[in-house]
Structure formats: structure tokens, C-alpha cells
Design a protein around this ligand. Structure first.
Ligand SMILES: Cc1cc2nc3c(=O)[nH]c(=O)nc-3n(C[C@H](O)[C@H](O)[C@H](O)COP(=O)(O)OP(=O)(O)OC[C@H]3O[C@@H](n4cnc5c(N)ncnc54)[C@H](O)[C@@H]3O)c2cc1C
Length: 431
């Protein structure tokens, strides 16, 4: 039987936090009035990317974080790197036309390039590995994934391959998959170590980071005043709101997004033999269902396994068991394997599953709603926001002009209607 966990707190700490490889020293909570050119609120990937880009462009930048740097989604995610958006390339073509779809998909690939460049430039060690497989579990998935490959090719991305059943089954040792879409440029990494590396690079360029500093309000003007729960305030010409919640006046903006909870587990370290009995290559794998399983090995040979999003506010305690069940259905060999860590993080979804970017005033920019495929997009869209602040807004405006509908049902019915819709998708996944 799996071991019972006595140290509950450690069990619920993300494996990433326990393997963070750098100490980051920040300025702590802001209690005074400070000035800068740009105040970035939120030190997830989006905020860090925008802040670093702005600092490198010579702006005087302050970054406010209500908890700790990348303590939420950005430091707790699956670490899968996959080009594109949560929507298929075909959907992007139908929705926005071929040229805009090309722009969007090229932006996502540029995002991956940006991350690699930053890892090299700032010497960020974050266990990067290449190769990402989206696996088909049924004939419908095969048809959809093959159509995706044709659409990627139409968009000029010719380096995405089809893996037949034999290749998939020789690589991932479960009988569950019948083929898959393989992206050689995709892969996986240690998200928190990457975020901490970006934060240090930002500081080296003169950036100031205040943690335990929740922004609570903005008083807009020629100079914007951002007030904080810790008593200090920031006077800034520009403000960038990056995945921000809980600020006064942002409720209308938040109607276009919905926070859900995603969970992950990490096994105990596996022996090399056991590891080879699961996967023969060190790639990241997700399946093609709407509510998917996704997994990969960590640098210390654990299987990091995620899936089974919680769309309501269900009990947290059982999620590790639900994930263990999914994992052992795929790999019965892991039935006796201990689960060492289980954690959760927030996913910020929009109705159309495309990130929502825009301006509240000509000097106040925002981005949120990166959903479950934000690792790459947050980086490039953070950079694109920085370009807009610096005066070149063409690329930003492509995103800012996209229509984002509020979730139906108003404050009262929004969540139950959403849960009902997701139940329908869950059932569809089973067919
Ligand atoms: C369990 C899980 C698994 C995932 N797996 C993957 C994956 O494998 N691949 C992938 O591409 N994506 C994945 N994602 C999604 C990805 O992590 C997110 O899309 C991305 O990290 C979003 O980044 P962000 O900067 O927008 O938000 P966040 O990382 O949430 O950052 C926002 C920051 O703003 C801070 N903040 C909020 N309000 C305030 C305020 N008022 N004042 C100051 N600070 C504030 C928060 O504390 C937070 O640190 C996953 C997410 C989760 C939760």
C-alpha cells in the first residue's frame, strides 16, 4: 500500500518549491511611496517577462507581488512547453483568417525562442528537455491531430510530425495511445527555477521587486498611483497588470475570465529500470482529450503527473487519489509507487481560451486568461506588452482588438453553468 503522509504541509508543497535552485532576495513588503516609470503588478511569468523586457529597454521598473515570486500558476505548473494556443490551429484559421492565425502561431514559436534565448543569456538552469507528444486515445483524436498537422503546415510550421501507434507505444509504454502529434521544438522545464532566474536577471538590470505586496487600487492620471495593502504606494507613468486579482475597479475585466484549480502529483524518485518501463525518452506527454492527463519526468526521476481540473470548489483532499488512479490506469506498474507531493494551482480561463490583453487607460495595460497553455505565451505576450509601453503597439493591438465575451450567467450562475459545460466535455471525452 502507498505510504501515509505524516508531514502534510510538505506533501502539499509543490515539488518545484522544494527543488528551487536559487535564493532570491527581494525588497519585502512596500511601506513607503516610491517612483518609477513602470509599475508591473504580478510576478508570474507574464509580469516577469514584461518587467525584464522593460528594464532591458532602460525603463525604471518596480514589480509588485502579493505573495512570492511565481508562487502561483507560474511556479506550480506541469512545466510542459508546447507551441500554439489552447485552441487548435484550424480553429485559429477559421476564427481569425489565415494571416492572423499565422501571426498568432509564429508569435507562440517566437515565445519559445525568447525563453531559450533568456535561459542562455542569463544562464538560467531549469532542466530544459526537448520533445512534446500529444497522444491520441481514440480514432477521433487521430483524425483531429492529423488535421492539426495539416493546419500547422498551412501556417508554415512544417516541423511537427505524426507518430504512428508503433512509435508511440515503443516510447510510452502504455497501451492507451494509438498515435500522436510530436513537436520536436516543444519540451519541458522546471518553471519555478526559470521564473527565479528571470527575477534575478530583472534585478541585475536595476529592477526592484516587492513581495508580500498586494496592489489594491489604482488612481489613474498623468502619473498613476498604485496603492498597496502593506501601506506603500507606487507613482508610475505606466502600469502593467499581469494576471492580477483582487484590485478595486477590476471586477468588470474579471467577467471575461474564470479561475479553476488544477492539481499535480509527483511520485517518489523512480529507478532507471522503472523509468524505462514507463517512457524510453525524456519527453513531455499530454493526451488529446479536453480534460487531459499530462506528465513528464523530473530531473530526479519522479513522474510529475497532472490532470483532472477542478471546475467547482470541490474538496482538495481527494485530488491526489484521483490523479493516482489516472496515473496507474496508464501505468499499472506504478501501483505500489509512493506519491511524495501533491499540489494545486489556479488556472485563469477565458471563454474562447485565448489570452485577454488590453488597456484600461492609455497608460494602464493588462493581460490575463492564459489558461492551461500559458508557459510560452505569457513570455512572448509579456514582451509584446513591454513593446507597447515603449511605443510600438502593432503586435499588442492584434490581441487587444480580439473580442472576449463575459462568461454567461452573471455573478450567481456563472460557476454552475460553467461546471455543467465542463461536465458535458468530460462525458464527450469518455465517448
Ligand atoms: C497545476 C497547473 C499546471 C499547469 N501546467 C501547464 C503546463 O504544463 N504548460 C503550460 O504552458 N501551462 C501550464 N499551466 C498554466 C500556466 O502555468 C499559466 O498559464 C501561467 O503560469 C500564467 O501566468 P501568469 O503570469 O498570467 O499568472 P500567475 O502565475 O498566476 O501570476 C500572477 C501573479 O500575480 C500575483 N497577483 C495577483 N493579484 C495581485 C495583486 N493584486 N497585487 C500583487 N500581485 C498580485 C499573484 O500572486 C501571482 O504571482 C498550468 C497551470 C497550473 C495551475
Amino acid at each position: 500500500m502507498p505510504k501515509k503522509y505524516e508531514n502534510v504541509k510538505e506533501y502539499h508543497d509543490p515539488w518545484y518549491a522544494l527543488t528551487a535552485n536559487r535564493l532570491l532576495v527581494t525588497l519585502g513588503a512596500l511601506r513607503d511611496e516610491v517612483n518609477c516609470d513602470v509599475c508591473v503588478v504580478g510576478a508570474g511569468f507574464t509580469g516577469l517577462s514584461a518587467a525584464l523586457e522593460l528594464a532591458q529597454k532602460g525603463f525604471n521598473v518596480i514589480l509588485l507581488e502579493k505573495d512570492s515570486v511565481s508562487g502561483l500558476a507560474s511556479g506550480r505548473n506541469g512545466g510542459h512547453l508546447q507551441r500554439g494556443f489552447s485552441q487548435s490551429p484550424g480553429w485559429l484559421i477559421r476564427q481569425y483568417g489565415l494571416e492572423t492565425a499565422k501571426f498568432l502561431c509564429n508569435v507562440s514559436l517566437e515565445g519559445l525562442g525568447l525563453m531559450l534565448m533568456r535561459m542562455a543569456e542569463h544562464d538560467i538552469k531549469c532542466d530544459l528537455k526537448f520533445g512534446h507528444l500529444t497522444a491520441a486515445t481514440k480514432p477521433r483524436h487521430e483524425t483531429e491531430l492529423k488535421a492539426d498537422i495539416r493546419d500547422w503546415q498551412k501556417l508554415g510550421h512544417k516541423d511537427i510530425d505524426w507518430w504512428d501507434e508503433k512509435t508511440v507505444q515503443e516510447t510510452i509504454l502504455t497501451g492507451a495511445y494509438t498515435g500522436g502529434l510530436f513537436d520536436t521544438k516543444g519540451g519541458h522545464f522546471h518553471p519555478l527555477n526559470y521564473a527565479l532566474g528571470l527575477a534575478q536577471a530583472f534585478q541585475k538590470h536595476g529592477g526592484r521587486i516587492y513581495e508580500q505586496t498586494a496592489a489594491v487600487d489604482i488612481i489613474p492620471g498623468e502619473t498613476n498611483r498604485v496603492t498597496t495593502a502593506s501601506g506603500g504606494s507606487v507613482l508610475a507613468k505606466f502600469v502593467v497588470l499581469a494576471g492580477v486579482t483582487g484590485m478595486k475597479g477590476l471586477a468588470p475585466l474579471r467577467k471575461t475570465s474564470m479561475a479553476v484549480t488544477a492539481h499535480m502529483i509527483a511520485t517518489e524518485p523512480l529507478s532507471e529500470t522503472r523509468r524505462q518501463q514507463i517512457m524510453t525518452r525524456d519527453i513531455a506527454v499530454a493526451d488529446a482529450r479536453f480534460i487531459m492527463d499530462y506528465y513528464r519526468f523530473s530531473s530526479d526521476n519522479r513522474l510529475l503527473f497532472g490532470g483532472n481540473c477542478n471546475y467547482s470548489d470541490r474538496e482538495y483532499a481527494s485530488e491526489d487519489m484521483r490523479l493516482r488512479e489516472r496515473m496507474t490506469t496508464l501505468f499499472p506498474l506504478l501501483r505500489m509507487t509512493r506519491i511524495d507531493h501533491c499540489w494545486r494551482g489556479p488556472l485563469d480561463l477565458t471563454m474562447n481560451r485565448i489570452p485577454h490583453l488590453g488597456r484600461l487607460t492609455p497608460q494602464i495595460y493588462f493581460a490575463h486568461g492564459f489558461g492551461g497553455q500559458g508557459a510560452i505565451l505569457t513570455h512572448i505576450l509579456g514582451k509584446i506588452m513591454a513593446e507597447a509601453v515603449a511605443g510600438t503597439a502593432e503586435r499588442f493591438d492584434v490581441f487587444a482588438k480580439m473580442r472576449h465575451n463575459p462568461f454567461p450567467g452573471g455573478d450567481l450562475l456563472k460557476r454552475p453553468l460553467f461546471v455543467a459545460a465542463m461536465t458535458w466535455y468530460r462525458l464527450r471525452d469518455m465517448l
